[in-house]
Design a protein around this ligand. Sequence first.
Ligand code: TYM
Length: 329
Amino acid sequence: MRVVSGIQTTGNLHLGNYLGAIKNWVAMQDQGECLFFLADLHALTGNISPHELANSTIEMAATLMASGIDDRAILFNQARVPAHAELCWILNGTARMGWLNRMTQWKDKAGKNREGASVGLFTYPVLQAADVLVYKATHVPVGEDQKQHLELARDIATKFNTDYEVELFPLPEPFISKAAPRIMSLRDGSAKMSKSDPSDLSRINLSDDDDTIAQKFKKAKTDPEPLPDSFEALAERPEAKNLVTIFAALSDRDPQSVVAEFAGQGFGAFKPALADLAISVLSPVRERLNQLLGDRAAVGAQLARGAARASELAAPTLLAAQKAVGLQV
Ligand code: TYM
């Protein structure tokens, strides 16, 4: 099993990233060979200042280390392993415009201003395919929002193998968290928790202090009804369902057992319990993060070591792809 996944280095890491992806990454370190990276090349497709990009890369790497990513995994930033961008260019010859035009993230992010969107934003999923295919990844732990990009990576791999009559790329399996496939905004149960939401109250950042975490849960949108005795009964109450999902994922419990415990109680009782739980999980992460940020050079050195290991693993696949398409290298 070869596990590969990445996180785009824009903004803050939040509880959705933690429960939907990072928690699985930490657990998978014992199950197979893992490569985790900061997708700094992907971040370039949006509007990000050089200062913000450089800072975000180190801070997110430190957050991953604080969350439990350690030497069992290879941690690096994408830009330091040029094989990602080189394979991306080769795969740009395989991917079809029509496939990319169907990507919902492209449609959402470009909005009505397609003519003004960066070319990188359009070809973003091809780089993502290269990220996983360059290591012949078998498992890609991600939140549900990345499923479509992973399906595209499978389509690209299949077309490449067929067109060039090789068996180079295994098809990567998306590995989606069962407990937290899609954590929603604390302000709107129909929108996912996201770095790009202008309201900071919509998300719990992994850097938030205990008071901020408690305040954000207190202000989270809910409804006046008490909790029912079955999780299914929350189907039409997205904000309530989201808070129960967060509680269950943070405590590694079944959501049904959480509603059973709080059945009949209102959010005045549930929210403080949820805030206490979140603080007990996140404050040790934040403390380790603050320690690591005291020595940014050490975090940079860790990334450099990871990049050296990742480059060795990527080289044979890139060479095989270059040979398959007839490049003289
Ligand atoms: P990104 O940086 O938006 O998110 C990182 C990971 O967090 C998951 N996630 C969520 N999970 C549950 N609920 C949420 N509200 C939530 N928000 C984010 C994402 O699904 C993701 O797993 N394109 C990718 C980065 C990337 C990548 C890759 C991922 C680049 N190359 C190769 C996997 C493999 C992205 O922007 O994720």
